[in-house]
Design a protein around this ligand. Structure first.
Ligand code: GPP
Ligand code: MG
Ligand code: MG
Ligand code: MG
Length: 348
């Protein structure tokens, strides 16, 4: 598995505390709002830094791949790190609220923020604060750069795309109003493109492209084609791990079956289920009851979805390599290959 540069990863981690300080220090010095600033500081430290940081580190690695020697200064690498953390901020804001919507229990190996006794639905306001942190960091560190407006617009657009995707996800899994006919491959493809692929894959690379001055629509279209395909693959893995992953390793307990989600697994199950097997899903899917969840998992086993997944993983990796060959254009192929390798066969 391709690793990110050790030096960059360490420095990236070190920068986090400074960025939290950037966001809170003025407010903490203002007696009127000090209490809020202190809460937000604690909340950010709980919610932002404990993930894999793939999106943030990909931003930095993409800058390394794309920058000319004269652009790859320490000061610019630091700016790439700020942009990378902004992606992590965006992700944390999504996850805090996604966990409420998905009624999840744990995230990144600890209780979901809204599950903390003294937080509850106040977590909604905390997620808004985390979002606003992105724009504070951009203003402080990026405002003087020629790519500032491109970056701002990209964050706004990506936020919008993800909210649209989350809406599709929720509309397709209404509580207490089950309809397996909703779970089509076409609907699945749309959900994952909008809720995951734009922010997780296109955004980090596009930020680095804008930084180095690549802003022509053709290059962005090419990068997007490859990266949305990678994002699709990544969300299929996320859906697989929701059911088959080890919670100790993935840091979260799956809720897709209980939550009636249009998961890749249920879409595949419906493709090969007999009428009797479909009836098992009718009776047991989308209900928060361990015995019913076990019935669904049993059906997945009978349909050998693990093998279906393994085959899918192999063939979509090959498709991805073909797509990289076709669409890289002037962008370095090795960059895309490195990211594909990084997620291929992941278990967390
Ligand atoms: C992943 O879905 C998608 C998101 C986390 C985007 C949420 C978007 C919002 C606008 C809130 P998921 O529910 O499968 O992720 P996980 O498995 O990590 O809970
Ligand atoms: Mg969700
Ligand atoms: Mg979720
Ligand atoms: Mg999931």
């Amino acid at each position: 598995m391709a690793e990110y540069s050790k030096g960059d990863a360490d420095r990236f981690n070190d920068v986090f505390q400074d960025l939290v300080r950037d966001i809170t220090e003025d407010d903490a010095a203002n007696p009127e709002i000090r209490d809020a600033a202190l809460r937000f500081e604690k909340m950010m430290k709980y919610n932002i830094p404990h993930g894999k940081r793939n999106r943030g580190l990909t931003t930095v690695a993409s800058f390394r791949f794309l920058a000319s020697p004269s652009q790859a200064t320490d000061a610019n690498v630091f700016k790439a790190m700020v942009l990378g953390w902004c992606v992590e901020w965006l992700q944390a804001y999504f996850l805090i609220s996604d966990d409420i919507m998905d009624q999840s229990k744990t995230r990144r190996g600890q209780p979901c923020w809204f599950r903390k006794a003294d937080v509850g639905l106040d977590a909604i306001n905390d997620s808004f604060f985390v979002e606003s942190g992105i724009y504070k960091l951009l203003k402080k560190h990026i405002a003087g750069e020629p790519y500032y407006v491109n970056v701002l617009e990209l964050f706004h657009e990506t936020n919008y795309q993800t909210v649209v995707g989350q809406s599709l996800d929720l509309i397709t899994s209404p509580e207490g109003n089950k309809d397996l006919n909703r779970f089509t491959q076409q609907r699945y493809d749309a959900i994952v493109k909008w809720k995951t692929a734009f922010y997780s894959f296109y955004l980090p690379v596009a930020l680095a492209m804008y930084m180095v001055g690549i802003s022509d629509p053709e290059s962005h279209k090419n990068a997007k084609t490859i990266l949305l395909q990678m994002g699709h693959f990544f969300q299929v893995q996320d859906d697989f791990l929701d059911c088959y992953g080890n919670p100790e390793v993935i840091g979260k307990i799956g809720t897709d079956i209980e939550e009636n989600k249009c998961s890749w697994l249920v879409v595949q199950a419906l493709k090969s289920a007999t009428p009797e097997q479909r009836e098992i899903l009718e009776e047991n899917y989308g209900i928060d009851n361990p015995a019913k969840v076990a019935m669904v998992k049993r059906l997945y086993k009978d349909l050998d979805l693990e093998t279906v997944y393994k085959n899918y993983e192999e063939s979509s990796y090959q498709d991805l390599m073909t797509s990289i060959d076709t669409h890289s254009g002037h962008l370095p192929k090795e960059m895309f290959v490195a990211y594909a390798r990084k997620i291929f066969k992941r278990n967390k």
